[in-house]
Design a protein around this ligand. Structure first.
Ligand SMILES: [Mn+2]
Length: 413
C-alpha cells in the first residue's frame, strides 16, 4: 500500500492585477494553502507529496518566493516531488529550476528534472515526464510508456505529467494533449496530471486525475480548492482517491438580474448576509445585469451598500443598462415592425385587462390602436381563449415589455 498527496497548479507568484491592491493578499493565501497541504501530509501520514506542474506562475518569480515555498514543503518532513509544468518549464539557465535556489533545495524536496523513474518506497515508483516548453502539440505522457516499461514487474507505477486531457472540444491542439488512456497505455496504476484548474476525475477508468488548483483563482471553478489523497493497495489495483480541502479563500460570485429591483434588493441582502460569517476569507464578485431605471438601480445598491463594505476583497461588475423610456420605445417600434406588432398586442391586452390604454400607445401597422376595441370586439377576440384577464395588472404588462427589451439583441436596440 502506498499513500500520497497529489496536487498541481499552485501558480505561486500570480499577480492578480485585476484585484488592485489586494493582489498581495491573494498571493499570500496561496502560501497559506501550501502550509495547509504540508500539515495535511503530516496528519494523513502519507508516504510522499507530488506536485504535477505549475508550482510557480512563471520562470520569473523571485528567488525569495522559491525559497519560501521549498521551506514550507520541507517543513512537513514528507518527501515532496515537484514536476516542471508549462508555466514553469525546465528550459534555459535562468528558469526557476536551474537557478542556485532550486539547484540545492532543502532536504526532502526533489525536482523531477528529467523523464525517468524515482523510487518512492513500498515497492512503488514515480515515473515522471516534465515539461520543457510553454506549448506543444505532442503528448507529454508518451514518454512514460518507455520509462514505465523499464520498471520491473510487480511494482506500483505512479505516473506524473502536465497537460490537457484530449477531450474533444475541451482541449487545444498545442496545449499538451494527453491521451485519455495514457495511464493504462503506459501500464501505470495511476497518472497524476495537472493543468486545468478544476477537479477532474474518472478518466481512464479512474486511473487519471486532475486535482485542479488547491487555492481557487476564478469564480467558475466550483470544484477547485482541494488536493487529492491517493491510495494504491498493490500493483494492478485501482487507486482510491479522496479529495482533501485545503483552500484559504472562497471565491464567490453573486449574479443579480435587476429585472425586479425590489425582489433583487431583498435577495442581494440575503445572499450577502449568508456569506458574512466568512467575509474576511471571501473573494466576492457581484455582477449586476438587466435593464433598470435609476431608482431601482439605486435601491439595489442601497441594499448591498452596508454589507459589501464588510468584504475586504470585493468587486462590483455593473453590466446593467438603462431601461428604455417612452422616446426609446417609439424609436424601437419605428425601426422594428415585428417588435412593433408584438408591443401593439401587449397594448391591446392591457386595454382588455384594465380598460385603460397604456401611456405612449402608438398605432400598430394596421392603423388601429388598442383603444379602438369595443367591449364587444374584446369579447369576440377573447372567445375561446381560456384566460382570466381580471388577474392581469398593468405591472404584468410592463414586465412583458421589459422582458421583451431584455431579450432584444444588443445591435437591435
Ligand atoms: Mn499548466
Amino acid at each position: 500500500m502506498i499513500r500520497f498527496l497529489h496536487s498541481a497548479d499552485w501558480q505561486l507568484g500570480a499577480r492578480f492585477t485585476q484585484f488592485g491592491g489586494h493582489g498581495a493578499r491573494l498571493r499570500e493565501a496561496r502560501l497559506e494553502t501550501l502550509r495547509r497541504m504540508a500539515s495535511e501530509a503530516v496528519r494523513l501520514e502519507v508516504d510522499f507529496v507530488c506536485i504535477a506542474g505549475d508550482l510557480f506562475e512563471d520562470n520569473q518569480v523571485a528567488d525569495r518566493l522559491v525559497a519560501d515555498a521549498f521551506a514550507i514543503l520541507a517543513s512537513s518532513r514528507v518527501p515532496t516531488y515537484i514536476l516542471p509544468g508549462n508555466h514553469d518549464p525546465i528550459s534555459g539557465p535562468d528558469c526557476v529550476w536551474n537557478r542556485p535556489v532550486a539547484r540545492h533545495p532543502p532536504v526532502g524536496v526533489h525536482i523531477l528534472r528529467n523523464v525517468g523513474v524515482t523510487e518512492v518506497g513500498h515497492d512503488a515508483v514515480l515515473v515522471a515526464s516534465p515539461l520543457s516548453q510553454k506549448h506543444s502539440t505532442s503528448d507529454p505522457s508518451l514518454a512514460l510508456v518507455a520509462a514505465s516499461a523499464a520498471v520491473p514487474a510487480g511494482r506500483i507505477r505512479i505516473g506524473i505529467t502536465h497537460g490537457s486531457p484530449a477531450i474533444a472540444s475541451l482541449h487545444q491542439e498545442n496545449d499538451f494533449p494527453i491521451a485519455l488512456d495514457a495511464a493504462s497505455r503506459a501500464g501505470l496504476e495511476f497518472l497524476g496530471i495537472g493543468h486545468w484548474h478544476n477537479w477532474l476525475e474518472g478518466l481512464d477508468g479512474g486511473r487519471i486525475l486532475m486535482p485542479g488548483t488547491p487555492e481557487p483563482d476564478r469564480f467558475t471553478n466550483d470544484a477547485a480548492g482541494r488536493v487529492a489523497l491517493v491510495e494504491i493497495a498493490s500493483a494492478g489495483a485501482l487507486p482510491r482517491i479522496t479529495p482533501v480541502p485545503v483552500a484559504t479563500l472562497d471565491w464567490k460570485l453573486i449574479e443579480l438580474d435587476l429585472f425586479d429591483t425590489a425582489a433583487t434588493a431583498a435577495s442581494a441582502a440575503a445572499r450577502l448576509d449568508a456569506l458574512l460569517p466568512r467575509a474576511e476569507a471571501t473573494v466576492l464578485r457581484i455582477r449586476l445585469t438587466g435593464a433598470v431605471d435609476p431608482s431601482g438601480h439605486a435601491a439595489v445598491k442601497a441594499a448591498m451598500g452596508p454589507r459589501i463594505g464588510r468584504f475586504p476583497i470585493h468587486q462590483v461588475v455593473d453590466e446593467t443598462r438603462l431601461a428604455p423610456g417612452q422616446a426609446d420605445w417609439i424609436h424601437l417600434r419605428s425601426g422594428h415592425p415585428l417588435l412593433a406588432e408584438v408591443l401593439s398586442d401587449i397594448d391591446r391586452l392591457e386595454v382588455l385587462a384594465t380598460g385603460v390604454a397604456p401611456p405612449g400607445e402608438v398605432p400598430s401597422g394596421e392603423g388601429t390602436t388598442a383603444s379602438d376595441l369595443t367591449p364587444i370586439g374584446a369579447r369576440e377576440l377573447l372567445a375561446g381563449v381560456q384566460m382570466d384577464l381580471s388577474s392581469l395588472r398593468p405591472e404584468h404588462l410592463a414586465a412583458m415589455r421589459h422582458l421583451l427589451f431584455q431579450h432584444l439583441p444588443e445591435d437591435a436596440r
